[in-house]
Design a protein around this ligand. Structure first.
Ligand SMILES: NC(=O)c1ccc[n+]([C@@H]2O[C@H](COP(=O)([O-])OP(=O)(O)OC[C@H]3O[C@@H](n4cnc5c(N)ncnc54)[C@H](OP(=O)(O)O)[C@@H]3O)[C@@H](O)[C@H]2O)c1
Length: 341
């Protein structure tokens, strides 16, 4: 009988910078799950900009905690071993998980905290499931931070006869944005979406009521084609100064920004202390198990679709990394461990 496998294929980097070329294929020991962790035989992982931003040193000196690092925190796989204290999973369970900031996803096996691991039903593919933990959860938390908490299509608890609130989603063709458009529609909102010219039809297909090419003069000013002002902005693009937002916002409005720079953070602070009605709110994802379960559930029900830009086997994960760094994905970028090598 063959001895149990002790090592696995993985990609890791040893220093800040270097992009895809710094990711090296290695054979390393399979990690052991510690207390309250599960070991997954990986089926798929999805890359997020935060993965290569950490490599670039944008969160230095906090992350990564150590080199070498096997990156990528959005995981999909099968439970093969339980750490002590884990009682809610068993070997063979298909799950999705988030392992942030430890990563580990670009490998044949990865450990994840049981507290951020949820069951994946057969209606949700491993690749789709791997896309949800960061991107879809961020979109959901942005909408919640903007005051929308009901996603049953009714338009909110009190808004039965009221006009639909108008929401702008920037970078609506990206990983976060394409979920945000769909979740905003589930919340019963009127949605204006910004994207490049090639994706105008794509974002309308996701449900956007109006689409705006960000490279046109109107797009640069975020002016909706109908001239409607925004009650909220789910801001997923980078580098938009407050002076662009201010004229297109309704009298009371919030911009939920997942990529705030220093100026945005300073503005946000000033607006808060002056009780401004138009406000920028920075948001950093705080993963929550119940939200991951909800996202899996609405996906299984066919209410939330994951669009996969491109899929790569582990042997070509550097290409996936480079593709994400280019910043032009339509939907999500996935690495599949069982794929053709
Ligand atoms: N704070 C947090 O917790 C958190 C969590 C998740 C993500 N994020 C951040 O959110 C951002 C978006 O993440 P993502 O995963 O969605 O990225 P992504 O998938 O790489 O986004 C790529 C898409 O954005 C579009 N795009 C780029 N600039 C645009 C602009 N100015 N206006 C309209 N569309 C634009 C691109 O269109 P073209 O190809 O046509 O240019 C492309 O389709 C990243 O900076 C990420 O780091 C933050």
């Amino acid at each position: 009988m063959a001895a149990p496998k002790k090592t696995m294929r993985a990609l890791q980097y040893n220093k800040y910078g270097g992009g895809a070329e710094s990711l090296k294929h290695v054979e390393v020991p399979i990690p052991s799950p510690k207390n309250d962790e599960v070991l997954l035989k990986m089926e798929a992982a999805s890359i997020n900009p935060i993965d290569w931003k950490i490599q670039k040193g944008m969160l230095r000196p906090f992350l990564p905690r150590k080199f070498p690092l096997i990156p990528v925190g959005d995981l999909s796989g099968e439970v093969v071993e339980l750490g002590s204290g884990v009682t809610n999973f068993k070997q063979g369970d298909k799950v999705i998980a988030i392992s942030f900031p430890n990563g580990g996803g670009l490998a044949e096996y990865a450990v994840a905290p049981a507290s951020l691991t949820v069951a994946r039903p057969p209606e949700v593919s491993a690749a789709e499931g791997a896309c949800l933990p960061t991107a879809a959860a961020t979109a959901l938390q942005q909408l919640k931070a903007a005051g929308f908490s009901s996603f049953d299509g009714s338009g909110g608890d009190t808004a039965v006869a009221a006009p639909k609130k108008n929401v702008l989603v920037t970078a609506a063709s990206g990983g976060v944005g394409h979920y945000a458009v769909q979740l905003a529609k589930l919340a019963g909102l009127h949605v204006t979406a910004t994207c490049g010219a090639r994706n105008l039809g794509f974002v309308r297909g996701l449900g956007a009521d109006e689409a705006l090419d960000y490279k046109t003069p109107e797009g640069a000013k975020l002016q909706s084609p109908s001239g409607r002002k925004y009650d909220a902005v789910v801001h997923c693009a980078t580098g938009t100064p407050w002076s662009v937002f201010a004229p297109v916002l309704a009298d009371t409005s919030v911009v939920v920004d997942v990529t705030p720079g220093l100026a945005a953070a300073a503005n946000s602070f000033l607006q808060k202390v002056t009780f401004a009605k138009k406000r920028l709110v920075p948001l950093v994802l705080v993963p929550k198990k119940e939200e991951m379960e909800w996202l899996v559930d609405v996906t299984a029900q066919g209410k939330l679709k994951t669009v996969i830009d491109s899929r790569y086997p582990l042997s070509r994960a550097q290409e996936a990394w480079a593709k994400s760094m280019e910043g032009h994905a339509t939907g999500k970028i996935v690495v599949e461990m069982g794929g053709e090598e």
